[in-house]
Design a protein around this ligand. Structure first.
Ligand SMILES: CC(C)(COP(=O)(O)OP(=O)(O)OC[C@H]1O[C@@H](n2cnc3c(N)ncnc32)[C@H](O)[C@@H]1OP(=O)(O)O)[C@@H](O)C(=O)NCCC(=O)NCCS
Length: 184
């Protein structure tokens, strides 16, 4: 597939990246992301002993389509060659929302990249585009929930101006979860 057809439906673009709605063909990348996850990530977010989620499972969940409103989670592709390297976007709810009692948490920003695409500033570039979109849309606040051991993710959020607001321990085995927020 050439880069022109890869760009169909682009929601956000940066110097090096395009962010577009997910499609069934992204399941291969999602399976790789699942397979690469750190062993400290809770088991329900890693591939189990039976090999689930399978490629077919992930295709089925992508087939259910983008969410009706809001930005949702977008596939991140490289403008250079059209390759999909992960996702970045916004989700409603999430575990951090409950920890922020008293203030509306806003959507949660989330991102994940294939290991071979890491260390080049792509996550920061993609997440910055999502933050800028949120400002343009008039959102008041974003939040993110990150395991305290996840230094690269915390650093990305710090670079974007997020600050620690709360800590929870939803799963004793995986350590603390840091909730960070950004006032827009
Ligand atoms: C978090 C993640 C998306 C970052 O992607 P990335 O494209 O490599 O991020 P960037 O290059 O934009 O920025 C990473 C920053 O973390 C820093 N970093 C990387 N490894 C680090 C470590 N072990 N300790 C401290 N900082 C680290 C980098 O130096 C960089 O900061 P800098 O620009 O000040 O040098 C990627 O590591 C990933 O997908 N991880 C697994 C999934 C995940 O954790 N998702 C987030 C869940 S909330």
């Amino acid at each position: 597939m050439n880069s022109r057809s890869e760009s169909a439906g682009v929601r956000l673009a940066t110097d090096r990246l395009r962010l577009r709605p997910g499609r069934v063909g992204d399941a291969v990348v999602h399976r790789e992301l699942w397979a690469e996850r750190d062993p400290r990530v809770p088991p329900h977010r890693r591939i189990d002993a039976d090999g689930r989620p399978t490629l077919r499972d992930l295709e089925d969940s992508l087939r259910s389509g983008p969410q009706a409103s809001g930005l949702g989670l977008l596939a991140v592709e490289l403008r250079d060659d059209g390759r999909t390297v992960g996702y970045c976007g916004l989700v409603e709810g999430g575990p951090g929302s409950a920890a922020l009692d008293g203030q509306p948490p806003g959507p949660e920003i989330a991102f994940e990249l294939l290991s071979r695409a890491q260390g080049q500033g792509y996550a920061t570039e993609a997440a910055r585009a999502v933050v800028e979109w949120s400002r343009r849309e008039g959102l008041e606040r974003l939040h993110a929930t990150v395991w305290s051991w996840n230094s690269p993710s915390l650093r990305v959020l710090e670079k974007l101006g997020f600050e620690e607001t709360a800590r929870t321990s939803p799963d004793g085995a995986s350590g603390d979860m840091v909730v960070v927020t950004l006032e827009l």
